[in-house]
Design a protein around this ligand. Sequence first.
Ligand code: PRX
Length: 655
Amino acid sequence: MNAQIDHALEEIRRFRPSPEFAAQAVADEGLYDAARADRLEFWADQARTLLQWEKPFTRTLDWSNPPFAKWFDDGELNVAVNCLDRHVEAGLGDRVAIHWEGEPGDSRAITYAELTDEVKRAANTLTDLGVRSGDRVAIYLPMIPEAVVSMLAVARLGAIHSVVFGGFSADSLASRIDDAEASVVITADGGYRKGRVFPLKPVVDEALEKSAGSVRNVLVVKRGENEIGWNSDRDLWWHETVATASNEHEAQGFEAEHPLFILYTSGTTGKPKGILHTSGGYLTQAAFTQKNVFDLHPERDVYWCTADVGWITGHSYVVYGPLANGATQVLYEGTPDTPHPGRWWEIVEKYGVTILYTAPTAIRSFMKLGRQIPHEYNLRTLRLLGSVGEPINPEAWIWYRHVIGGGSIPVVDTWWQTETGAIMISALPGVTDLKPGSAQVPVPGVSIDILDDDGTAVEGEGGGLLVVTEPWPSMLRGIWGDPERFKETYWEKFGAAPDKTMYFAGDGARRDEDGDIWLLGRVDDVMNVSGHRLSTAEIESSLVAHPWTAEAAVVGASDETTGQAVVAFVILKASQAERVTDPAEASEELRRHVATQIGAIARPRQVFIVNELPKTRSGKIMRRLLRDLAEGREVGDTTTLADTSIMQVISAQVR
Ligand code: PRX
């Protein structure tokens, strides 16, 4: 975080939009003027012009019961129709919606007409399986077109999808299935990753053995051709059901506040939160930002967002944003370096990608490999680059613009969260002067402030807490099944009084003299590893669930490539001392254990076996000191420790 601040203070470069770009830009200053003049009317106008309503709304925002907002609530729409049928009806059925590229090199182009057909078929199959409006369907799929089809088919029925990232373990999947009481799981036999098939259906089987039993059916796409078990009372093949179902399906309109999806994300406690999003407001802001932040010209652009549909970026900027706008996009199944390190650039060249949206961690990995790899490919079609997930350091921003973007195209750094549903802070390309390292300004219609702990606005250089001061259309509507946690976590930081009802994002930020916002990282016990959110508490509880562990403390240590890395400090049980003699072996075992329990993304970079943890007199673990150790810094102030000599003991053990 300190390095971040140093960069932030040093950074003075500015890039004006080129006149050519500005001349063709979708966005203009007028958006800010309109939003300033009448914020609610601005959003109502976006909702009317960007979406098709079965029943027009007359009310824009109901904020009479904060923090429970209702947007456009007397209107009705069908989200899937907005992403599909209306484009076909407008004569765009032959436009490619998805250029899909499998990791082994197989590919499919799917037009809007074909995608609409496939979604209707899947909706009919789900109906046959008893899925009705409001039911929950879990989706555990690789990045294949069926993932998009499944999400839209669920949405078409007014059911609620809960997509679980394919890298999560059986335990994580089971707890998400149970929390949402899903009745159907859609999965695949396996998918391709790093040149190998990774199994998915076997993980679902294991999860369902552990789960409470809400799941009636498992719908399985054949992709990996790997051996899988089969329960003929429960399991169905996609190619035997969806492929043969009718492609006639009449979609009905649902209320704007009808739930659309739940997506689980890590918080400060051990239990992931099911973030709930609804239909009309979510789709409005996803569509608006897709169009204006990415300068989307659907008739000529080829857009590619590299996120997995298992994360919010995949929901808003692979599925809903691009499709609501009728865009043509690339969907890629695999990893960036398989079968060779130029794979992404080969894809950009092959499809003539014009807009690329990815994460700083990917950019930094490419920087490490060197510019000669991207230089082997023709990347001249690119005209806009986007970044998301963590702060992008100015060096990476400049490299991205120069090496990938050829030196003169806009780079937009977009700040938002699973909870915000859509982009909240970003430059508008063609309008805003760009400043590397800063996410810059709230998008039109969004109100952001930076406050200190007492809720007083922080002016100028000093950093504070990022808050959203007014409700926004794509805001989360709650935590599934836990309204109290929703209020406490996000809305009561500055007190519960109505005038203090502000959304607390959990991020630190500062505003520079130009009014540009710099994100300074999380202020809570949430880590950001490769742009993925992980909770220290969740990993700690996984570590202490291991029979060898007595106590564990986890910190996020800064890491050159992944932003942060998980570093754990573990005290083994005295009773295990004889069994576990080799600390290196214990550490390996615990790393493996976390990966199995939560998923490979949570595997600690390091597990240090220690005899003590630094604690205050009241018994609180001082993670700050452990972070100093993990980052190889001089250990900070230890005067509040119960035993001030403890850090020397721990340092010696860590070395
Ligand atoms: O800390 C911020 C960081 O990612 C968190 C949200 O994580 P998640 O819900 O998984 O969503 C990630 C993709 C939207 C935020 O609280 N973050 C996200 N984008 C940025 C960022 N930090 C700095 N700059 C960004 N552009």
